[in-house]
Design a protein around this ligand. Sequence first.
Ligand SMILES: Nc1ncnc2c1ncn2[C@@H]1O[C@H](COP(=O)(O)OP(=O)(O)O)[C@@H](O)[C@H]1O
Ligand SMILES: [Mg+2]
Length: 372
Amino acid sequence: MPVHWPGRDNFVSNSQLLKDWQIMAFIELTDISKVYRTTTAVEDINLNVEKGEFISFLGPSGCGKTTTLRMIAGFEFPNSGSINLDGEDITYLTPSKRNIGMVFQSYALFPNMTIGQNIGFGLQARKMSKAEIKQKVDEMLALVHLETHIDKYPYQLSGGQQQRIALARALAINPRVLLLDEPLSALDAKIRVELRLEIRRIQQTMGITTVYVTHDQEEAMLLSDRVVVMSQGHVEQVGSPSSIYNFPANEFVAQFVGQLNLLPVSNVNLENATCTLAGQSIKFEPAPERKLSGTPRLAIRPEELQIGAADEMNALYGRVESVLFLGAVVRLRVNVDGVMFTADIFNERQITYPRSGDDIVISFSNHSCWLI
Ligand SMILES: Nc1ncnc2c1ncn2[C@@H]1O[C@H](COP(=O)(O)OP(=O)(O)O)[C@@H](O)[C@H]1O
Ligand SMILES: [Mg+2]
């Protein structure tokens, strides 16, 4: 057997490989566009997903999330652009050659097969031996905690259990990537909350690169390393859940992720970072790189507002219009000289809430609000 000496050439190419590996993402979408007859479903999508990362596509219905996911899976081909997976161009590869696992909103289990046969289905197609299949099916059932259901049929399981099986089936083939399209939308609230934690646990245990589609911002933030906010076929912002929430790139992201007050202001002085709101002077967070167009509005999240005046804080004098008790949070609607906004305060057992009609002072820091 020839002995391989790592010569100089080898060294150079290895370091080059390492460099390529460092700059090369695991999944790379480059200038992806997809048009259906006259509808542009997605346009010029660029995205890099790192190995082991959990990425969510978040956006309203019809913004192109499913289309993008289906192009990664190979169920659709883009009209232009390319998709790379682990350095390989897979843009026009058929789904079966991609080794990607997919979970849909409708569990899509085979109704005439047992749970065991459902999970083993993709393995049989891969010509694994009976013993190997049995071992893998058992392992997957243990992963989703449904060991005792192996001989049942899908109709004998609840929706949440069926979705766990769909997840087990997708993972059984040791896919390079796991894709999930609104997998929890058909389930009721309690199961949804349980199962999303389960999905995160399994994803972290296996370290599998995952792309998750949802229109539910809470789900996206809770699950993801990074969130891709989409609107009308475009990517609006890509970032960690906290950066998306605290530093939204534009009005769409700010409005779509979380609650936001947008209040009309006048006398804007960008240099001093001051403006007037309902006749009262307000300091805001300066953002020199931002250009303002149209009517300027002050953006502030409801949880940044406090009851009562405080030193070094903006103060607004208004009247409480309504009080909503939501459990952990109490939501006030406040009228400041005809401008309505929402203030969220945390519930405490011993707290006395303001009541409708009360006059109150609302305060907030200049770092918590910005101009749009
Ligand atoms: N097979 C198709 N034929 C025609 N139009 C489609 C098809 N699939 C999706 N679209 C359109 O493309 C746009 C994006 O759809 P989709 O990716 O399903 O959005 P989302 O998953 O974000 O709700 C929508 O306007 C939708 O009507
Ligand atoms: Mg969809």
